[in-house]
Design a protein. Structure first.
Length: 193
């Protein structure tokens, strides 16, 4: 991959999902809540009617909440808040990787979907092994590539040869992260292809 910081920034932007939407939603909810509480406090200071509840009424409601709510309701509300917190924490700390990969190039930022990589590896394996379309399928995940091969009946295949072809193809892409190649040769062969 290029050493240019602008190219690396472009590649990162294309291979990782943005956290802007969850951030904006969480900030908007907090902003509305704080603005409402501020307005209620100002109305309370001016001795005017509250919109929903004055700060004194809210404080009294919070103090009486354990006595007026059944324990199961408090437990459910607590569990809901914990779940909401875990979801927000997961959104904040999660990897957020898209199913895309950066190819090695000194001149440009090259980003390709994992499905394209899988199709290219399948095609190369199919050509090298003399198979028909559909006899080799590839699944690309974050750190591994799984190739499932259905050999033609009467023509056995060697897994190491297929792995070598796939590794050669993947090495030619110049991927930034090393992926492990797994080959699974199915026992049920294709008839007469």
């Amino acid at each position: 991959m290029s050493k240019d910081p602008a190219v690396r920034r472009l590649v990162r932007r294309e291979t990782h999902s943005s956290r802007a939407v969850p951030s904006i939603v969480a900030a908007s909810i907090l902003l509305v809540a704080f603005l409402w509480l501020t307005l209620e406090f100002i109305l309370w200071l001016l001795k005017d009617q509250p919109l929903l509840a004055s700060p004194a009424q809210l404080f009294r409601w919070l103090l009486e909440l354990p006595r007026t709510t059944i324990p199961l309701g408090m437990t459910g509300a607590g569990a809901g808040l914990v779940l909401l917190g875990l979801v927000l924490l997961g959104l904040a700390l999660g990897k957020g990787r898209k199913r895309r990969r950066a190819f090695g190039s000194d001149r440009a930022a090259v980003v390709v979907d994992d499905e394209v990589v899988a199709a290219a590896v399948s095609g190369k394996v199919r050509l090298a092994a003399g198979l028909s379309p559909g006899q080799a399928t590839t699944t690309v995940s974050a750190r591994s590539v799984l190739i499932r091969v259905r050999p033609t009946s009467g023509h056995p295949l060697v897994g190491e040869d297929i792995r070598a072809v796939a590794d050669s193809e993947l090495a030619s892409y110049g991927l930034g992260r090393k992926v492990m190649t797994n080959v699974q040769i199915l026992h049920e062969g294709a008839v007469g292809q």
